[in-house]
Write a protein of this length. Structure first.
Length: 357
């Protein structure tokens, strides 16, 4: 069996690593890896392949940054050419990026069976490009791998239940696997110059990074918290901030970090403040209260007992969440048992469909 995997952004490298480890060990499966180049900074791309032991891509489209239509169009052209040459049994896509959408469209147009990992997520906010990518990809996929019962409910409501399977979340697989690696030798992942106690923050969604008022509100809350805040941030966003206002002294801005360094930072943080979907879950899996700097979350399972508090960019709500009590309950089991990758590979092998190339 031949599987073409399409990835292009940091969260997808992490998700793909859990499944690629199993595919490499299976003599009956040949995985071809396409990297679209959506994330092209070495700190956000190359290091992940090395750190997570993912085979280096068989193809790198090196698309880079562009407006949505231009970027997706370039990916479509490149992926289609490769799919016509490789003639895989399955095309496997992850998450909700433009790489996801391009891989899904290219495969479906060629009648190549398509499987979507992390299907069924909905923020119900169609202003998010990711929401459109999710909906379209789910509609045209032959196999839908849902990470949570809520995702399964969403797929059922949309008439997609017959193609859907509750597998658990591959991010839980990944977090548990690499947490043990970090705990065995934490000194490998320490970074110099950081405060001994801190809150960890990330800001990367366009709704925040492209909105100066939102950025000002976030940094006002960071400043008024009077706590040390470690903020890994993309160079583009750092430049926007530097040109707009003064960075508070308690905010320690650092360059983007590797996945294992981010897990280390999360493990040692007092709380996590983020507009990222993936980091909300990682904080939850690692037992750290999360403050979501958006007005909604796809991961409603994390909201119980204030494990995850939605604040948007309202400074007072953020400050209240920072000062709130830690959760008293344990995390729930909605994300599975840490063996999602095994369930996904089993389904791919048992439900082989003929290609029509």
């Amino acid at each position: 069996m031949k599987i073409v995997t399409v990835i292009g952004a940091r969260p997808q490298f992490i998700k793909a690593a859990t499944i690629s480890r199993l595919l490499i060990d299976d003599p009956d499966i040949d995985e071809i890896l396409i990297h679209t180049g959506q994330h092209y900074d070495p700190n956000m791309s190359d290091i992940f392949f090395e750190e997570l032991n993912i085979p280096h891509p068989d193809f790198n489209l090196e698309v880079g940054s562009a407006f949505h239509a231009v970027q997706t169009g370039k990916m479509l052209e490149g992926i289609e050419t490769i799919l016509m040459e490789e003639k895989p049994d399955w095309t496997l896509v992850y998450g909700d990026t433009n790489s996801t959408l391009a891989g899904a469209l290219a495969a479906t147009k060629l009648n190549i069976p398509l499987a979507h990992v992390e299907a069924g997520l909905r923020s119900f906010n169609r202003k998010m490009p990711e929401e459109i990518n999710r909906i379209v990809t789910d509609r045209i996929s032959d196999l839908l791998f849902a990470p949570t019962p809520t995702a399964m409910i969403n797929l059922e409501r949309e008439g997609l239940l017959s193609a859907s399977f509750l597998t658990g979340d591959v991010m839980l697989d990944s977090t548990l696997f690499y947490r043990e690696k970090i705990l065995k030798d934490p000194d490998l992942y320490k970074m110099k110059g950081l405060p001994p106690e801190y809150l960890l923050a990330t800001v990367h969604r366009a709704e925040n990074t492209d909105n100066i008022n939102n950025l000002k509100n976030l940094f006002q809350a960071f400043s008024e918290s009077r706590q040390a805040i470690v903020l890994p941030i993309h160079p583009r966003t750092r430049k926007i901030i530097a040109n707009a206002f003064r960075i508070p002294e308690n905010v320690h801005i650092i360059d983007p970090v590797s996945y294992l360094q981010m897990l280390y930072l999360t493990l040692n943080a007092g709380k996590v403040l983020t507009d990222s979907g993936g980091l909300q879950k990682e904080a939850y899996f690692l037992g750290r209260q999360c403050i979501t700097l958006r007005t909604e979350t796809e991961w409603v399972e994390t909201l119980h007992d204030n494990w995850n508090i939605i604040t948007g960019t309202d400074p007072q709500k953020i400050l209240d969440a920072i000062r709130s009590k830690a959760p008293s309950s344990s995390q729930n089991k909605s994300f599975g048992n840490g063996k999602a990758a095994e369930a996904i590979v089993e389904q791919l092998k048992s439900r082989r469909k003929p290609s029509f190339l």
